[in-house]
Design a protein around this ligand. Structure first.
Ligand code: FAD
Length: 331
């Protein structure tokens, strides 16, 4: 991922898309078709595949990652959590990722059972037989120890702070900051944020990181996570789960149309596009990227990346000798 970011022309923007593994075979077939269309039409720099907490989707996440990386030739980043996971599952996932040619891991802690949006219904986590992994930093260190620089490692960050059962009273980016410094120092190559709708919170967060006295955030890509608005109810549910604030002006615009799903989507595209444009205008260290929590859906994110001119140009015949940075990884 970072090689591809660094190879982009100065001032270029890029984006990535997140997918989760469907539960059924028809779901997979459907998603595969959609992925094919989206990757050709939208040309994301990379895609990410989520990991069910406790390894509840291990097989399916790897299956989807294989489709993305091998069959579609997309640069793929596999999410991997480390708590409530047996050590062997972590090892298997990393080994399997390597076999599939995946070079990117988003190293996460994951959540305790029940509080997690990434867990499939009815799935219970593995026994937490692995006491080596308590925080995401433990996974970052482990990957670096076992695999050296083979994997490009991303880590999660929270512009509005992370709320946790262990410290529910501290939803504050300042509380997380020393841990994020350590996690980054341990070997992170890029930072991807939790979804947010309060762009001011992202502005302040990015400024805080870039200006941090340790200097660890000086040049590292900080990729804002944005969620296209698919429906009023999904929005309310996901923002509640992720503890993201819905600013009053955004809520007022959506409340005005909440009875009409189509209008919610249209206004939602406008809202997220305005967020992208706002962030684009901010001073940027290196190329500016955007990560979309597209929830496996096609339309809203397609409109946003199109409206915001994030789709990279395709090569013309005159550019024969140029390297197409968004071309599939197939060698
Ligand atoms: P950590 O970096 O370990 O931090 C967790 C919390 O603990 C923070 O509040 C931090 O400040 C605090 N902390 C860290 N170290 C210490 C310490 N030594 N002592 C005390 N406190 C400490 N979940 C999934 O299950 N599957 C996914 O695919 C997935 N994808 C995600 C993608 C993104 C971009 C993001 C932002 C989140 C994702 N999550 C996913 C959710 C994530 O697993 C949870 O938010 C989890 O609670 C925290 O993970 P983390 O990697 O940020 O943990």
């Amino acid at each position: 991922v970072t090689d591809k970011i660094n190879a982009l022309p100065e001032g270029a923007n890029y984006f990535s898309l997140e997918f989760f593994p469907p539960k059924t075979s028809p779901g997979f077939a459907n998603l595969q078709g959609r992925l094919e269309r989206m990757s050709q039409a939208l040309r994301p720099l990379f895609v990410t595949v989520t990991w069910g907490a406790g390894g509840s989707t291990a097989t399916k996440s790897l299956e989807l990652a294989e489709i993305c990386q091998r069959q579609l030739g997309l640069t793929t980043c596999l999410h991997l959590t480390c708590t409530n996971m047996s050590r062997s599952l972590v090892d298997e996932a990393l080994e399997q990722a390597k076999v599939l040619g995946i070079r990117n891991i988003l190293a996460l802690r994951g959540d305790a059972p029940r509080s997690n949006e990434y867990r499939e219904e009815g799935q219970s986590p593995e026994e937490d037989s692995n006491k080596d992994f308590t925080w995401a930093i433990d996974l970052v260190k482990y990957i670096r120890k076992q695999y050296g620089d083979y994997f490009c490692i991303g880590v999660a960050a929270y512009p509005e702070g992370h709320s946790d059962e262990s410290h529910p009273e501290h939803q504050d980016p300042l509380f997380d900051l020393p841990y994020l410094v350590e996690k980054t120092k341990a070997g992170a190559d890029f930072i991807m944020t939790q979804l947010f709708f309060d762009v001011g919170a992202f502005d302040r967060f990015e400024e805080m990181l870039r200006g941090h006295e340790s200097g660890v955030f000086k040049t590292i890509p900080i990729i804002p996570g944005l969620m296209p608005i698919q429906s009023y109810n999904i929005l309310r549910r996901t923002t509640k789960l992720s503890h993201a604030t819905l600013p009053t002006d955004i809520l007022t615009r959506l409340d005005a149309v909440k009875g009409d799903d189509e209008l919610v989507k249209q206004v939602g595209v406008q809202i997220v596009s305005e967020m992208v444009e706002h962030i684009k205008k901010r001073p940027s260290v290196g190329r500016r990227g955007f990560h979309f929590y597209a929830l496996n859906l096609e339309k809203a994110v397609s409109h946003i990346v199109e409206d915001c001119h994030l789709i990279p140009p395709t090569l013309t015949e005159d550019d024969d000798d140029a390297i197409d940075l968004n071309a599939p990884d197939i060698t």
